[in-house]
Design a protein around this ligand. Structure first.
Ligand SMILES: Cc1cc2nc3c(=O)[nH]c(=O)nc-3n(C[C@H](O)[C@H](O)[C@H](O)COP(=O)(O)OP(=O)(O)OC[C@H]3O[C@@H](n4cnc5c(N)ncnc54)[C@H](O)[C@@H]3O)c2cc1C
Ligand code: SF4
Length: 477
């Protein structure tokens, strides 16, 4: 079958033409969609008041020059809009799709603040870059001069890849090591395809390969290759390994079959979208089809799990969270999406244990919010005598992630970590206490956002370029 051009989604809403209308106008649906997306992008971009106090820009972690690329888009000068947008963001089409804009740029748009609804900045950013890809404006990196120095990057997530891109542009020889079979980190195996299409991530990886970045996949550092070996091979090293240790649940029955980790469930679901055959899906272990699914947690990972379970054809999907809706960590927009898709939320409900093996139910304690703790946040308290059992034949634990113990796993006692186990690094440069060793993204910040990992990767690359120039100068003396 001929490959369909990728659709560009810009603020999909009521006035979108139907496939039938497209047929009546004797036009290809994708052609009509492209025209519609173009109109919508221009319409949104022209709503920017060019206020002169761009809070949107200051609340974007990358300080993207949003007003300028909106102005260019409104004028139809998309190639210039793209040039401005990509100058500060390594992966604008990815951020445009998955940044929590309501908490960042869009939430601080002055039009939004004045009650007229935000300019849909993320959608326009995505549109500009998707258009750039379609028109061939996104080119592989061709450094003006090659350097003989090399950098080894451990972890092919957005933090590692942003550093790789920037270093390669400066002519540095870059090798990226990752324990997975595909690059992209959580962009590939965490975030579901209905939020971030996998071909959008893969074309970036391909472009980095064409740019001369070497990828060493299926290589778990600490097992297949030692950290010291990588350090010995390169002039500088970046640790960009993310956080993957799942916070666990205790209580009677917590080891029963049918109780699974969110990351395993989402990884398998993402592998399927690449067309892989996965045993745990085939044998039903990590497959929600026809099951009563209970997801435990209130963050964005929990939202991704409930929405994936709905798409897999679960009989019912419930989400248990121990605080109320107003106090959940996940985005309200995601909760609304999940509710519209049929997910039922049980607020102020915490698991006490599990019935059956394989699991047949979650023993639930009802909670209420008590007095605020030292941070001002109300702590949940148990309501005695209000327990009940929630039927379940698949329970997904989505309680958040913590860093793995890297110094122990890698046998590098000298690497300083914080009391939370994250790698201790300067926030503006990623510099650790070890000479020539840098760290970026979630392994430094704890579970965070893609846009922050990109910022760290870019900043760290700039710091490494300074370090490499210094070491070269010393060697020449
Ligand atoms: C389910 C889920 C949904 C999310 N949704 C969003 C969202 O919508 N928007 C958003 O902004 N953020 C989201 N996030 C957060 C975001 O994905 C992360 O903040 C971001 O990916 C961190 O980037 P990173 O490069 O630091 O690490 P990662 O993306 O985690 O990449 C780390 C890489 O390091 C590799 N690695 C780890 N250890 C080793 C080792 N020993 N040897 C070799 N390789 C190793 C891993 O295989 C992985 O590929 C989500 C997170 C999850 C879990
Ligand atoms: S990178 Fe994220 S926060 Fe910045 S402009 Fe784009 S969508 Fe907004």
């Amino acid at each position: 079958m001929a490959k369909q051009p990728m659709l560009k989604f810009v603020d999909v809403s009521r006035d979108m033409p139907s496939k039938r209308e497209a047929g009546q106008r004797n036009k290809d649906f994708n052609e009509i969609y492209a025209e519609y997306a173009d109109e919508k992008a221009k319409e949104q971009a022209s709503r920017c008041s060019q206020c002169g106090v761009p809070y949107c820009q200051s609340h974007c972690p990358l300080h993207n020059n949003i007003p300028d690329w909106l102005r260019m888009t409104a004028m139809g000068r998309l190639e210039e809009a793209y040039a401005i947008s990509q100058a500060t963001n390594t992966f604008p089409e990815i951020c445009g799709r998955i940044c929590p804009q309501d908490r960042l740029c869009e939430g601080n748009c002055v039009i939004e603040q004045s009650g007229h609804g935000t300019v849909t900045i993320g959608s326009v950013e995505k549109y500009i870059t998707d258009t750039a890809w379609e028109n061939g404006w996104v080119k592989p990196i061709a450094p003006t001069a090659e350097r003989d120095q090399s950098v080894g990057i451990i972890g092919a997530g957005p933090g590692g890849l942003a550093a790789a891109d920037r270093l390669r542009r400066a002519g540095v020889q870059v090798t990226v090591y990752d324990r997975y079979d595909r690059a992209g980190g959580l962009l590939t195996y965490g975030i579901p395809g209905f939020k971030l299409e996998k071909d959008v991530v893969m074309r970036r990886i391909k472009q980095l390969e064409l740019s001369g970045v070497e990828f060493v996949m299926n290589c778990a550092v600490g097992e297949d290759l030692s950290f010291d070996a990588i350090r010995g091979k390169h002039d500088a090293v970046v640790i960009a390994t993310g956080v993957y240790k799942t916070r666990d649940l205790e209580g009677p029955g917590s080891g029963a079959d049918g109780i699974v980790r969110a990351i395993d469930y989402l990884t398998v679901s993402n592998k399927l979208s690449f067309g892989d055959t996965v045993e745990e899906y085939e044998d039903g272990t990590l497959n929600a089809a026809g099951k009563k699914v209970v997801v435990i947690g209130g963050g964005d990972t929990a939202m991704d799990c409930v929405r994936t379970a709905i798409r897999q054809g679960a009989e019912s999907v419930k989400c248990l969270y121990r605080r109320d809706r107003a106090n959940m960590p996940g985005s309200q927009r995601e909760v609304q999406n999940a509710e519209e898709e049929g997910v039922v939320f049980e607020w102020l409900a915490a698991p006490k244990g599990f019935a059956g093996d394989p699991v047949s139910g979650v023993m639930v304690q009802k909670m209420r919010l008590g007095a605020p703790d030292a941070s001002g946040r109300q702590s949940p308290e148990v309501i005695e005598g209000a327990d009940y059992v929630e039927d379940a034949d698949l329970v997904i634990k989505a309680l958040g992630f913590e860093p793995e113990d890297l110094p122990k796993l890698w046998g590098v006692d000298g690497l300083e970590v914080t009391r939370w186990g994250t790698v201790k690094a300067e926030f503006t440069t990623g510099k650790t206490n070890l000479e020539g060793v840098y760290a970026v993204g979630d392994i430094v910040r704890g579970a965070s956002l893609v846009v922050w990992a990109i910022k760290d990767g870019r900043d760290c690359a700039d710091a490494i370029l300074g370090f490499l120039s210094d070491t070269k100068a010393v060697a020449a003396e």
